[in-house]
Design a protein around this ligand. Structure first.
Ligand SMILES: [Ca+2]
Ligand SMILES: [Ca+2]
Ligand SMILES: [Ca+2]
Length: 291
């Protein structure tokens, strides 16, 4: 702590000399369009083999057989703002016709992980495959990325529309791990848990690629500094961050005109930058490296 005290005191002098800049903003949103999206039916056929339009995402019971859907996203290093990690994610498929055609309502839409070995076949969605029950079955196995009860009320008043599906912390963790490893593709496999009434259609439907009603599903990622006290988002908490902190500490109120935009030093998000925030900052400053 002795070194910390000396360093902070030295910087308080430079702060009073007015050499300080504002901090990094609190969060950044990045939207990524699906690399591929489509359907795998209970015969293990994708859209290209099943005769469905490329990119059509149908899920549930279609006439006499069952069908599941998927979306593939490519996360490259360029998707991640420097020094930031994903803190939240939303899957936002486009709805090009009635989202829910449930005779018996409600149903539950579940998204799960897709084994990496299956991703290339799904990503090449114009290349037909059939008999891939391993892929079809994988969509109901593994880590849950989202669960959403759907009813007829989920049908939008007009189309096209977007349906927001909040993804779980397990997805956020997987996406961060993918970015940490240099990037790659991640796929989500969807299934419907529906009342079993033979012959009754119970369908949850998303977009095709076709304009104007379709469009690719979106993945909306919210990035934040990898640790909140890292105010300049360079992955370490050091004197540069303290310089940013002290300017906001002087301004106190997040609503004050002199407060830098974003009020990033309000680490406990109570609307003021005060000693409570400093107590949080000092712990991270002491640790130096972001986790
Ligand atoms: Ca799976
Ligand atoms: Ca920093
Ligand atoms: Ca505060």
């Amino acid at each position: 702590m002795a070194l910390l005290r000396v360093s902070l005191r030295a910087l308080l002098v430079s702060a009073s000399m007015g050499v300080l800049a504002g901090g990094a903003s609190a969060a950044t949103t990045v939207t990524i369009s699906a690399t591929a999206q489509g359907t795998v039916d209970e015969y293990g056929r994708n859209n290209a083999a099943f005769g469905s339009a490329l990119g059509n995402m149908l899920c549930g019971r279609l006439n006499t057989f069952f069908i599941r859907n998927f979306a593939v996203f490519t996360l490259g290093p360029e998707a991640r703002p420097q020094g930031r990690r994903i803190i939240a994610a939303t899957f936002a498929p486009r709805i090009s016709f009635n989202a829910v055609q449930l005779v018996v309502s409600p149903g539950k839409y579940v998204l799960r992980d897709v084994q990496p070995a299956f991703v290339p076949a799904l990503a090449a969605d114009s290349t037909p495959f059939s008999g891939r029950l391993d892929i079809y079955n994988d969509f109901v196995n593994g880590v849950i990325y989202a669960e959403r009860v759907v009813t007829l009320a989920d049908n939008p008043a007009s189309i096209p529309a977007t349906l927001d599906v909040t993804l779980t912390p397990a997805f956020v963790q997987a996406a961060n791990a993918l970015l940490d490893s240099g990037g790659g593709s991640i796929a989500l496999g969807g299934s419907m848990v529906i009342p079993t009434t033979p012959g009754v259609q119970s369908l949850f439907a998303f977009s095709s690629y076709d304009p104007p009603l379709g469009g690719r599903a979106q993945l909306i990622l919210t990035f934040a500094p990898s640790c909140p006290s890292d105010l300049n988002a360079d992955n370490v908490v050091d004197d540069l961050d303290f310089q940013i902190f002290v300017v906001q500490y002087d301004a106190v109120l997040c609503a004050a005109p002199e407060m830098p935009a974003g009020c990033s030093a309000d680490l406990n998000t109570d609307g003021v930058v005060d000693d409570l925030d400093f107590q949080i900052f000092v712990v991270a400053y002491d640790a130096v490296l972001c986790p």
